[in-house]
Design a protein around this ligand. Structure first.
Ligand code: ASP
Length: 575
């Protein structure tokens, strides 16, 4: 039984590729065997669901298809039952599929029949089962936390659910189980995990969805080393189960500062070198005014060695400069490496000593091109970090089958919101400050580093976590820095602060994102197809048409009046 994948008419014979989840089998209807059966087969269209009975027979010479697991046999049909007809599918279920994303999402049930989609679903299943087995073996207990929850801030907007029985009140859908998992530690649960749905009303990108899934875990009486060891074992077992790959552990650790300096990113792709090189002290006195004045103004000068790229034309360089400007740089200076010296671009402004320093630090050799950015440190990091990734792709420096995991550690606890100037939690406000920085909490929040860490792989943030605050006084001080008053803290997080006063143990945890893990494991570009029923960038489910209008009775029951009838939502043209 299965679907009619394809029908071919050949010299009076009908050949059908019968497909199910496990593959395809060729079925032959011969007019000489049974006229009526043959005529019936002639009516079958693509995606009809049929049952066929017959004899499996070796294919005649010259008809064997070595590319197909069933390619040396065929089924000689003796009986055919049409279990269901199908309208003509809006796209052909062939790999690679040639339909638009919109069409695939609207007809998701057809799209899911494709072997490619079946492989993704299977990979996700294997990863989830492996997670459960591994964490159980490590002594973790799977515990569910509420979906109708108290607001849990993770830096996004909440989806809210109005309560009918408590008029005027709302639940929030959890942005993560963060607060509940911490309360579970106070509840003596010691090692918790959950494959948890996290719901965030945020603007979507290719690796974001309004609902995503985390492998959420939390442990009591631990330090970073304990959390890392569990996560490393987890990644090892998942990679082994899904890909048969053996990951080397422990994963290297990279302090946030070094990541920004060397890779210009807190989620560096360390599969290739081409590291950013700091030149600030070497060009402090430079004749080249841009360098000198930037450094005098507190900025930095750094460069990338685009190895072997001296062949670039002026136009190639201009394209890179446009990118740099788009990312916030004022310009992109360059020099080509010729023999043991520099030529072209800004070379004429550089002294011999400067040239020697640049060549040595950038390990430059004949045929390379050096790209310089002089600006505020954050701008330089962003521009050279982005440029490094563009060069990675242009020069094919990496393979999607290589995986390089890194822990990024020692993040600052707070980041300043560039627009409002207010301090915000870098990760979330439940992360423990480093002991030695506690004294700066009130006086200089920018100097406080947190016991927080990310697990990064191939340029993606795969997991975030921290050792948590487990004391009310520290939690209140941190909340104050991010602008939450004592009264506000009590109203929003009183239950957590109260729990901390009843013997909360030290604890910490992590939450690897399952969708991104599947994306990496399967070589997908985004997370969308790792999810059976994803939303579009505008948060729409094109198959079932959600979100949808709500009936007046429902609103009345909830005591909700809409401010005005909103116009039609923007369509998907921006996809
Ligand atoms: N709840 C955090 C997040 O969703 C992860 C963690 O700190 O465990 O990013």
């Amino acid at each position: 039984m299965g679907w009619v994948h394809h029908r071919r008419d050949l010299g009076g014979l009908f050949f059908i590729d019968l497909r199910d989840k496990y593959g395809t089998t060729q079925v032959v209807f011969r007019p000489d065997d049974d006229q009526e059966l043959h005529a019936k087969a002639g009516e079958l269209g693509a995606e009809y669901v049929v049952a066929v009975r017959g004899e499996v027979s070796e294919r005649p010479d010259g008809m064997v298809n070595p590319d197909l697991p069933t390619g040396d046999v065929e089924l000689i049909a003796r009986e055919l039952i049409v279990l269901n007809a199908s309208l003509t599918p809006p796209f052909v279920l062939k790999e690679p599929v040639k339909a638009s994303d919109e069409l695939r999402l609207e007809y998701r049930y057809l799209d899911l029949r494709r072997p490619h989609m079946q492989r993704l679903i299977e990979a996700r299943h294997v990863a989830a089962q492996t997670t459960r087995a591994y964490l159980t073996e490590q002594g973790f207990t799977e515990i569910e936390t509420p979906l109708l929850a108290k607001k849990t801030p993770e830096g996004a907007r909440d989806f809210v659910v109005p309560s009918r029985v408590q008029p005027g009140k709302v639940y929030a859908l959890p942005q993560s189980p963060q607060l509940y998992k911490q309360i579970l530690m106070v509840g003596g649960c010691d090692r918790y995990f959950q494959i948890a749905r996290c719901l965030r009303d945020e603007d979507l990108r290719s690796d974001r969805q309004p609902e995503h899934t985390q492998i959420d875990f939390e442990m009591s009486f631990v330090t970073e080393d304990d959390v890392f060891a569990v996560a490393e074992g987890l990644m090892q077992s998942i990679w082994r189960a899904v890909r048969g790959d053996e990951l080397t552990v422990p994963f290297p650790r990279l302090p946030y500062r070094d990541a920004m300096l060397r890779y210009g990113s807190d989620k560096p792709d360390v599969r290739f070198g081409m590291e950013i090189v700091d030149l600030t002290d070497a060009v402090r006195e430079s004749e080249f005014r841009v360098f000198r004045s930037t450094i005098e103004g507190g900025g930095v000068v750094r460069c990338l060695n685009a190895s072997g790229c001296a062949v670039w034309s002026r136009k190639d360089i201009d394209t890179k400069e446009e990118l740099a400007k788009k990312w916030g740089a004022k310009g992109l200076a360059w020099s080509k490496v010729e023999g043991a010296g520099l030529a072209g671009g800004i070379s004429k402004f550089l002294s011999e000593v400067e040239v020697a320093a640049i060549i040595e630090r950038a390990a430059a050799t004949d045929g390379d091109i050096i790209l310089f950015v002089a600006d505020k440190e954050t701008t330089v990091a962003r521009v050279l970090g982005n440029l490094r990734v563009v060069l990675r792709d242009e020069l094919s420096l990496v393979s999607p089958d290589d995986f390089a995991f890194t822990w990024v550690t020692e993040f600052p606890l707070f980041a300043r919101n560039e627009e409002t100037g207010a301090w915000e939690a870098e990760h979330h406000m439940f992360s423990m400050p480093r002991e030695q920085d506690l004294k700066f909490l009130e006086t200089d929040p920018g100097r406080v580093f947190g016991r927080l860490y990310d697990l990064v792989c191939n340029g993606f943030e795969l997991a975030s976590g921290s050792i948590r605050i487990h004391r009310r006084d520290i939690q209140e001080r941190v909340m104050k820095v991010v602008g939450i008053s004592a009264a506000d803290a009590d109203r929003r997080f009183g239950f957590l602060l109260k729990a901390f006063e009843y013997g909360a143990p030290p604890h910490g945890g992590l939450a690897p994102g399952l969708d991104r893990i599947i994306m990496l494991l399967t070589g997908e570009d985004g997370i969308r197809d790792t999810i059976a029923f994803p939303k579009t960038y505008r948060g729409l489910s094109l198959m079932d048409g959600s979100p949808s209008d709500v009936e007046q009775e429902v609103l009345d029951e909830l005591g909700i009046a809409l401010a005005e009838k909103r116009g039609a939502a923007p369509g998907e043209s921006g996809e």
